[in-house]
Design a protein around this ligand. Structure first.
Ligand code: ADP
Ligand code: MG
Length: 402
């Protein structure tokens, strides 16, 4: 870890000080504004706990949804603050309906021991997404030092992620941020081999840079999801009504030529005339897809052989479901991967899941706590795997400098 974390701060830098914490509390809500998955709130607690235990007073900033720079009641962080209070019963959690005002300032100044202040959605503020320096300065007034624990927002240079860190020091990573960077960073830089990556999902176009980054590093790259069909087309196989990105076929061909045997495509496919017609789902070899059928999942032979590859690996990274996991039986392939990874974790392999839908699929299978690490950041983990620098991380204090 090249960046400073909360663990590098001395007790005197923490005790009695206001910690301005950028967390990622961007949880999914249903139409009644009820939280449908509180994973991100739970994941933020260790850093808050760490700070409270050392006498610091956390002032928490986060975005929620896409309110486009103005207050929008359905994106209020109020229900998130309420849930946080339920999850931390021995702590007083206060909520203020504004963020960069005198009221927020007053609440942060009055914050007592063992209290957390949650401020309203940062994206209610016009200057958040434009990283307005004036907004950044007024946010910086709310704390005595800055902690960025919002890995899921680290790929965005916003006022509450980057701007504020340029005017408030120390600026350090939180424990969740540290954990995310360590797992993903070690897998890319120094994986314990064999290193197997599994890529799926809807589109190859969003994942080309990930393929490029991973290809020279992995021992095997297993392909599933709709993106397999674009590769099939490149191999001049019939793909029927499957989702194929015509404008990426040429690129898929070049990738296969370059990767040789390191890129592994499904041997068979689960097909059906349409998603609505799932009762007619059946497995065919990959050269047996009919013109009026579409591939909606990898087939059982593929699931088995991918499972064997995972069983022989010591590091596994997975991004993107193997099929339309939202519609059974096309969740079989995705479940098989999740189970194989859970078994790999049990025998000591490092297993990492990135991507919002993949994480949801693993959670739905009840296997999330059987992975070494499930990333809380969809877009951020993809950008990290693409080899991009995350602006919210870059701006933090370096460990070497003091
Ligand atoms: P993640 O969020 O984990 O990065 P993606 O967003 O890239 O994953 O892809 C998830 C989506 O891909 C799912 O909604 C799933 O239904 C879709 N998908 C997977 N396989 C297929 C397929 N064969 N045909 C159509 N859609 C697919
Ligand atoms: Mg997705």
């Amino acid at each position: 870890m090249l960046k400073k974390t909360v663990r590098d701060l001395k007790d005197s830098e923490l005790c009695g000080k206001r910690a301005l914490v950028r967390a990622d509390l961007n949880v999914p809500l249903d139409s009644n504004c009820e939280i449908t998955d509180d994973t991100r709130i739970r994941a933020s607690i260790p850093t808050l706990r760490y700070l409270l235990d050392r006498g610091a007073r956390p002032v928490v900033l986060s975005h929620l949804g896409r309110p486009k720079g103005k207050p929008t009641p359905k994106y209020s962080l109020q229900p998130v603050a309420t849930r946080l209070a339920e999850l931390m019963p021995n702590v007083k959690v206060c909520f203020v309906e504004t963020t960069d005002t005198d009221e927020a300032m007053k609440a942060s100044a009055e914050l007592g021991e063992n209290e957390i202040l949650v401020l309203e959605n940062t994206r209610f503020l016009g200057g958040e997404e434009t990283n307005d320096p004036r907004l950044a300065r007024s946010l910086a007034e709310l704390g005595d030092f800055f902690v960025n624990d919002a890995f899921g927002a680290a790929h965005r240079a916003h006022a509450s992620t980057v701007g504020v860190a340029t005017c408030l020091r120390p600026a350090v990573a939180g424990l969740l941020m540290e954990r995310e960077l360590e797992y993903l960073g070690k897998a890319l830089a120094d994986p314990i081999r064999p290193f197997v990556a599994i890529l799926g999902g809807a589109k190859i176009s969003g994942k080309i840079d990930v393929i490029e980054q991973l290809m020279p590093r992995v021992d095997a790259l297993l392909i599933g999801g709709a993106m397999a069909c674009t590769f099939f087309r490149a191999m001049e196989l019939e793909t029927g009504r499957s989702l194929v990105e015509e404008d990426r076929v040429e690129m898929a061909r070049t990738l296969v030529d370059r990767a040789g045997t390191r890129i592994i495509l499904p041997h068979d496919a689960m097909v059906a005339p349409s998603l609505e017609d799932a009762k007619h789902a059946h497995a065919v070899p990959r050269d047996g897809i009919l013109p009026d059928e579409a591939m909606f999942d990898i087939g059982p032979r593929t699931a088995e052989s991918y499972g064997r590859a995972i069983a022989s690996a010591n590091t596994v990274i997975w991004n993107g479901p193997m099929g339309v996991f939202e519609t059974p039986p096309f969740d079989d392939g995705t479940l098989a991967i999740a189970k194989a990874m859970a078994a790999a974790t049990s025998r000591g392999a490092t297993t990492i899941v990135g991507g919002g839908d993949s994480a949801a699929a693993v959670a739905r299978a009840g296997l999330d706590d059987r992975m070494s690490h499930v990333s809380t950041g969809g877009g951020a983990s993809l950008e990290f795997l693409e080899g991009k620098k995350l602006p919210g991380v870059e701006v933090l204090d370096d460990r070497a400098a003091t």
